[in-house]
Design a protein around this ligand. Structure first.
Ligand code: IPE
Ligand code: IPE
Ligand code: MG
Ligand code: MG
Ligand code: MG
Length: 341
């Protein structure tokens, strides 16, 4: 299957650490990853196009890792394994793995060491989506343009598939031969915290408890920082665990990941309002129907867009410390705030 990632590229302003205004929509073909096959790519400069192509190769690499670690669908219990593979391989953008690889490249980490955290975080993300779509949560029928796992299979299978995706993530980390014991220990601690009640799962609990309520900005930011930001932060900070970075660099990466994690959810909330179901691949208007506390519900679309942009700019400032090594992170961050799905 060909996955097309619509990428709105921000052009680099020479001499500036910030990016200029969004210009040309480029499309990345995540499977073939050839410049020739990418519609519209001739409209952006070659350097950015090549970088975009390299980033898209990381998504392909992550898919290969997922494919290898997931049990074959023919293995007993087959229905469970089929559902796990459907949940994890059914067309995600792979943004979290791309953040692992882009941060790792920025800090000079060997790519082989990045596969396990990239795969583990994507498995946890896949499990979180299966639960998020269940009738007891957001009750959505469509994900990545296809029936959600509980619609394609059944509710019990969806719950079990998510149950099994989560420990598989830690299995991948624990059994990684590219990492030493202390690196594995740090990654397990970081990713477990990001996934649990003080991270994504806690944020999801607050999200459900906030339906029909008007939150303060601080409460909304806290909830979204947990339910979405925590895993994106874990993606960036996983790579930081694998180098001997000083406090200043660590804290810049930490703030970058927090800014971009929040911007990611603001964009998601905006797309739920002004995106189209066939483009975003999930039911548009789902948040309003469930009376969710979202950025557009609190501020409207225009102010939400402004906040998203401010977070992007703050994120870019954090990266100034890393110079040109952070170019892939800049392009990815720009995709997060401009994306159409
Ligand atoms: C959707 O995440 C869920 C949120 C945290 C908002 P993505 O937009 O990364 O979903 P996929 O993996 O690309 O489908
Ligand atoms: C879910 O947020 C975040 C997760 C932890 C899965 P949403 O409920 O807004 O995600 P979508 O819009 O269904 O992808
Ligand atoms: Mg939700
Ligand atoms: Mg949802
Ligand atoms: Mg949403």
């Amino acid at each position: 299957m060909v996955l097309v990632l619509p990428l709105f590229v921000r052009q680099v302003v020479p001499g500036s650490r910030l990016y200029g205004t969004a210009k040309t929509p480029a499309r990345l073909d995540l499977d073939s990853c050839t410049l020739a096959g990418m519609s519209g790519l001739h409209q952006i400069d070659t350097e950015t196009g090549l970088l975009a192509e390299r980033i898209s190769l990381w998504a392909t690499r992550a898919e290969g890792c997922l494919d290898r670690v997931l049990p074959a669908a023919t293995r007993m219990p087959t229905r469970l394994h089929e559902a796990m593979r459907y949940a994890a391989l059914n067309g995600g953008k792979r943004i979290r793995p791309m953040f692992v690889y882009a941060t790792g490249e920025c800090l000079g980490v060997d790519i082989e060491k990045l596969d396990a955290p990239a795969t583990a975080i994507e498995l946890i993300h896949a499990f979180s989506l299966v639960h998020d779509d269940l009738p007891a949560m957001d009750n959505d029928d469509l994900r990545r343009g296809q029936p959600t796992v509980h619609r394609k299979f059944d509710e019990a299978t969806a719950i079990l598939a998510a149950d099994a995706l989560q420990p598989l993530a830690f299995h991948v980390l624990a059994n990684c031969t590219e990492l030493c014991a202390s690196e594995i220990q740090q990654l397990v601690a970081l990713i477990a915290q990001a996934c649990g009640s003080l991270g994504m799962t806690g944020g999801q609990a607050i999200d459900l408890a906030s339906e029909g309520k008007e939150l303060t900005v601080a409460e909304l930011a806290e909830m979204h920082g947990l339910k979405t930001g925590a895993l994106i932060r874990a993606a960036v900070m996983s790579s930081c665990c694998l180098v001997d970075a000083d406090e200043q660099h660590l804290s810049a990466m930490d703030q970058f990941s927090r800014d971009i994690g929040l911007a990611f959810q603001i964009r998601d909330d905006i797309l739920d309002v002004d995106g189209q179901t066939h483009v975003i691949g999930k039911p548009a208007g789902s948040d309003e129907a469930l009376n969710k506390a979202t950025w557009p519900s609190l501020f409207g679309i225009d102010e939400s867009l402004r906040r998203c942009n401010r977070l992007f700019e703050s994120a870019m400032q954090q990266l100034s410390l890393f110079g040109s090594d952070a170019e892939p992170l800049r392009l990815l961050a720009s995709y997060v705030v401009e994306r159409k799905r």
